[in-house]
Write a protein that binds this ligand. Sequence first.
Ligand SMILES: C[S@@+](CC[C@H](N)C(=O)[O-])C[C@H]1O[C@@H](n2cnc3c(N)ncnc32)[C@H](O)[C@@H]1O
Length: 279
Amino acid sequence: MTVLEVLQSTTAYFKKREIESPRLNAEHLLAHVLKRKRIELYLEFERALTEPELAPLRELVRRRGLGEPLQHLLGTVEFAGRVFLCDKRALVPRPETEELVERLFELTINHQPSTIIDIGTGSGVIALTLAAHFPDAEVHAVDISNDALALARENAARLDLQQRVRFAKGNLLEGVEGQFDLIVANLPYVPATDRPTLAREVLHDPESAVFAGERGDELIRELIIVARDRLHPGGLLALEVGIGQADDLAALMTEKNYHDIASIRDYGGVTRFLFGRYG
Ligand SMILES: C[S@@+](CC[C@H](N)C(=O)[O-])C[C@H]1O[C@@H](n2cnc3c(N)ncnc32)[C@H](O)[C@@H]1O
């Protein structure tokens, strides 16, 4: 079979298996197996593939068809212009979280944070992206999962940012002392009751990265409360939240005396990000 024929048949198979963006998935997997850039496949459409090239592809296509995330099969994910290792030790970083980081860049353009902490760092994407963007900032990252921290540290080393981010294990802000100009968190926010409705791919993320309780927003509520003592005066709390959670959480921030509270929609139209200052 030629490159084009393989792409066409894989796309058709993924469509049947209800994989989102079937052609894109096919291209990514074939490029991965052939060690090419995806765009380079277009120059080779007529080339016949050999059996040693096809065999590993078949296995990846089978696994993708069963709902294994593309990023786990590739072993990497792109986030805010950098490539991060990605596997089952931590949540697959989502495009919405790249938006959270973009909004943060805009919000801090006139006043760069000197002390930053990323709570629930997972693969480290937020902390490492912020460390690269704010070269003078002291950056901390915490997670409750040893597996996630191991992956985050590997990502830090790969990006040569290991000297820039201090990783620690702990529940929310416990385990790290001091106050911060910016506390950012993409904590688990899916309600336990949503489990049956989730895409197959999400079930490959660690449980502790996805679910936080019956309501979903339990951990975020707790952070809103404990973050007050840990922000420098006027410091910023930046949160990614789940669908339908923003209004209640913004009300909690108002009740707890945060100011300059802003709820911001993601590109999909979901109110996804909450910002507020304290003190
Ligand atoms: C939704 S994932 C986000 C990962 C990463 N920040 C990202 O945006 O891709 C949430 C992370 O919070 C961590 N976590 C869950 N409960 C926590 C807690 N009580 N304290 C600190 N981290 C927690 C999970 O282990 C997981 O890595």
